[in-house]
Design a protein around this ligand. Structure first.
Ligand code: SF4
Length: 365
């Protein structure tokens, strides 16, 4: 049901009033997902909230949490002869230790941007004498399509298609955050789209084990205001429950068909996250029966030396410990045009969002 403009304004006013009434002490709420970060800025939601309610960004930007080691590996593959790298566009500008995919492309590497992993199969079919490597970066939302692409590659008996997997699962990162003594979060806006795939079960520990309220939240302005309102009601009442604001899309059982495909192709594995280090069970690795599509198994590289950008505080931004403005590079020598770290590259990156929507307010002489 679509609301009229009047109804929308009324609902926004109601949720804002509820939040304001309940904001009797300082509260920190983490929007886990980069899409939420952008929606919060785009809709001016911070300006609607009382000063006691702080929204902090979390680790839900897949490009941002992909560590340099992965980028350096992708760059090393791009330098191999007869190799095509296939990627989503937002990976291009992310700086690796000494280069970026964009820099390699400008030097002649065959790097192609696609909008769906399935496009890489077309490229593989059209280039049978080349290795075609898809950079599989993303959370539960994008992993099922990558898994379906592997199944399709098998069906088509493609021998020159490979996946460099950096797929990640959000709940283990939240557990790592909650286990860290420096984490000060009173409630989580959970990413509605990943929960739509995974269902509620993987997120129940947030409320049940750590007694932190959590709300599965959609991406419209009203969704976010209602999500914050539901968190504030819980915080005020001293409750910690997992609630679902995004009922029109996210179901407790998730998406069984997508989960079946994921479980057919991938198994959970340890994975490295920027700012978090290696988190057990937080990645997705191709199962041995699909090992022929695993780039690192089928096309091994010599050992790669990786460095993180000096002074970049992306890790602390992703853990919600600082806001991007606290980084000395922010807006000075780190901008979307000349990014120092990944959080300034992706459209979902917290630094990029703070820069884009705060532009004109920053005064960095
Ligand atoms: S502003 Fe740039 S250097 Fe600083 S944390 Fe963000 S991405 Fe890293």
């Amino acid at each position: 049901m679509r609301l009229t403009a009047e109804q929308t304004a009324g609902a926004a006013a109601f949720f804002t009033a509820t939040i304001t009434r309940l904001a009797t002490r300082p509260v920190r709420i983490m929007e886990v997902c980069g899409s939420h970060t952008v929606a919060i800025f785009r809709n001016g939601i911070r300006q609607l909230l009382p000063p006691t309610v702080e929204l902090v960004s979390g680790p839900g930007c897949p490009v941002c949490v992909t560590p340099n080691e992965y980028l350096d590996t992708a760059i090393a593959y791009s330098r191999c002869p007869d190799t095509v790298i296939v990627t989503f566009g937002d990976m291009l500008k992310v700086p690796g230790s000494a280069s970026s995919l964009q820099a390699e492309k400008s030097r002649g590497a065959d790097i192609r941007i696609v909008y769906s992993p399935l496009d890489s199969l077309t490229i593989a079919r059209e280039n049978p004498d080349k290795h075609v490597i898809f950079l599989a970066v993303g959370f539960e939302t994008t992993a099922p399509t990558a898994a379906a692409t592997v199944l399709e590659a098998k069906q088509q008996r493609l021998k020159n298609f490979f996946v460099l997997s950096a797929h990640k699962l959000v709940p283990p990162a939240l557990r790592t955050l909650l286990s860290a003594s420096e984490t000060k979060v009173d409630g989580f806006l959970l990413p509605g789209h990943t929960v739509t795939i995974s269902g509620f079960e993987p997120y129940r520990f947030v409320a049940e084990e750590y007694q932190v309220p959590a709300v599965v939240t959609g991406f419209e302005a009203l969704d976010i205001l209602q999500g914050v309102s539901l968190l504030m009601e819980q915080i005020a009442a001293g409750k910690a429950e997992l609630l679902n604001q995004y009922r029109r899309v996210a179901k407790p059982e998730g998406n069984p068909a997508a989960l079946r495909i994921l479980q057919e192709v991938y198994s959970p594995a340890s994975a490295a996250w920027r700012g978090f280090g290696v988190i057990e069970g937080s990645g997705l690795k191709l199962k041995p029966e699909y090992g022929e599509y695993d780039a690192q198994t089928a096309l091994p590289l010599p050992e790669i030396v990786t460095n993180e950008p000096v002074g970049c505080r992306c890790g602390e931004v992703l853990r919600g410990n600082i806001i991007p403005e606290a980084c000395p590079h922010f807006g000075r020598n780190c901008t979307p045009e000349q990014p120092v770290g990944a959080c300034m590259v992706s459209v979902e990156g917290a630094c990029a969002a703070w820069y884009k929507y705060g532009q004109g307010r920053w005064n960095y002489a």
